[in-house]
Design a protein around this ligand. Sequence first.
Ligand code: BGC
Length: 747
Amino acid sequence: MKHGWRLAAAAAAAALALGAGPAGAAEAGDVAQRVEALLRQMTLEEKVGQLNQLSGKEFTGPATDKVRSMETEIRSGRVGSMLNIKGVPDTRRLQALALQSRLKIPLLFGLDVIHGYQTVFPVPLGESASWDMEEIEESSRIAAREAAGSGIHWTFAPMVDVGRDPRWGRVMEGAGEDSYLGARIAAARVRGFQGKQLGGVESVMATAKHFATYGAAIAGRDYNAVDMSEHLLHETYLPPFKAALDAGAATFMNAFNTLNGIPATAHSGLQRDILKGAWGFKGFVVSDWGSVREMVVHGYAADLPDAAAKALVAGSDMDMESNAYSTGLAAQVRAGKVPEALVDDAVRRVLAKKFELGLFDDPYRFSNAERERAALNDPRHRQAARRIAGKSIVLLKNEKAALPLRRGLGSIAVIGPLADARRDLEGGWIVKSDAANLASLVDAVREQAGPGTRVTYAPGCDVACRDDRGFKAALDAASAADAVVLAVGESWDMSGEAKSRADIGLPGRQSELFDALRAIGKTPVVVMMAGRPMTFENVAEQADAILYAWFAGSEGARAIADVLFGAVNPSAKLPMSFPRNLGQVPISYQQYETGRPVRDEKNIVYKSAYIDSPNTPRYAFGHGLSYTRFAYRDLRLSASAMAPNGKLTLSFTLANTGKVAGAEVVQLYLRDPLASVVRPVKELKGFQRIELQPGQQKTVSFSIDRDTLAFHNRKLEWVAEPGKFELMVGSASDDIRLRDSITLTER
Ligand code: BGC
């Protein structure tokens, strides 16, 4: 099958001939006409230029030969887009070069604005723990506003890869293990970045990445191969991408991994058949960094020109930093190996976005010093960062009323390698660190503890925690204090891209520091910072209170202190299961029933079990506590049976039975107990974040229709099969409070 891709090329060209080009509304029609008029004037080299994206890191340094040659490329119309250029002066300078080219086609400036531009929000996995779609949209909107003022047209976010293996460092960038939650979050982020319509000067184009299955890298090792059934692909890994597309995502990015032997970058099944075919995507696909070139290393392309041909033919429109298209694509077209119609299609897609952004009308409209200044200095952005961080911090455990801390204590010792951290609070993938302007946790506790409270600090060790030389000072500080807060976890650069870990425990001897505190009779309140779920069995068992704060952003420390002192009542819920040990990984609440399920952990002989660990996670998907209590009562169904085109409503009463105001994320799960394909024991189908005053109660309703009950059958058709369905409502995937069942009738 060496030349199988040629067949794909022919098929794709035929599909184009059948009229898959842009069409639709009047505005789209105008854009299409302007695109065609321009395309007709372009040489093949100029077309290829539009598909070539280069990194501009060098432009911030001295004018080297490389910089000079890139400038020449831009002036000659051989570059369509740049990444890693930001700020008004640099974006204007490079745009001016592009406007010296024959056809004066403006550049697109793309950047990884992942969880904030200047104002840093919690890492995406942390923010996902808020389950708060309005806030997630808001943080993306703020990031877009700051970036757009600085000349950025396009962010390489959101990452919508489902992640079920916490060894994979990039779970930090996603929304966790669940495709329903992931789809809702994907849509919220796209709405936030793009605003109502492309072209607003406070919006940027979004990118749904990495298409597809990048999160399922074998053994959690970044860039590794993926082997996956079509069923799992459609059921779990694609829905967040589809949701991003439905929300209007302007671009997609493909992925580094191979999927069942084919590099995602040259996967025509994914890019042409599904994305541009079945889903009708009209935007463009950018490759991942160097992923076209890497197909030579994979052993899938003979050389750069061959890689260029395979990627373009399979639907990768723009080449990020491989220089493969610029090196070989024109020659491959002339040699008859790539139909020029496919190049034209890719160019049309890119040009259309430049028109939609208004760049042909004013190439500098995003690079606006006044708007940049206003956006970067807007105090509301930091306020939002604090509020959203507060909603993202998960209270994993709280016994003996350890939290919230009482104000007016005589003294508090803030201990641990992350207690005075600033840079780590920001997490990975930020545009630029502003650590000097952040409060650390020690600072924030000092701010909030009140004037009568003495706050002491000792790190105990650094994050790597290779030795215990600093333990004594930490123990001394703790023994003299009325309360002890211990901040442990990862440093910012331990999760993210290329940061897979084979051991996801607390680094070094950090947990010994916890043990040492216990040994002197002090049980600290534990604050954990990390970009992934970690394993920490002794802390989980022996601590009274644990807050999982992720990397909480510019205002993260203040938000943690808000929760520690009860100014904010925690409401976040885990978007990923926390395993007890690495042996349970990959892990998800969405298990399939085996023929030998464990019903009772004491009876596991010849059951689907481990002989040395329970099956259950340490903390389940959806878990997260509050300082108040919620009662779930009176499940009601508007009907117990539903026809295929029908609808029914499930409602129940949620009451705040505790003493303080709080918010509960109520979760609706489904099980289809008998189907033509075995279904998961539980699937999330809905959730709502409900705020209640003490003593207050509310009726909560979920609407159920055919789509709630449907799944991909053996032929990958989306079907709802008649029969019984179990509905479960709860506070976590392992804390179901109400259940009932319904029947889907034949007609
Ligand atoms: C990452 C992408 C990112 C790109 C550009 C790659 O290494 O996988 O997610 O957008 O670099 O920085």
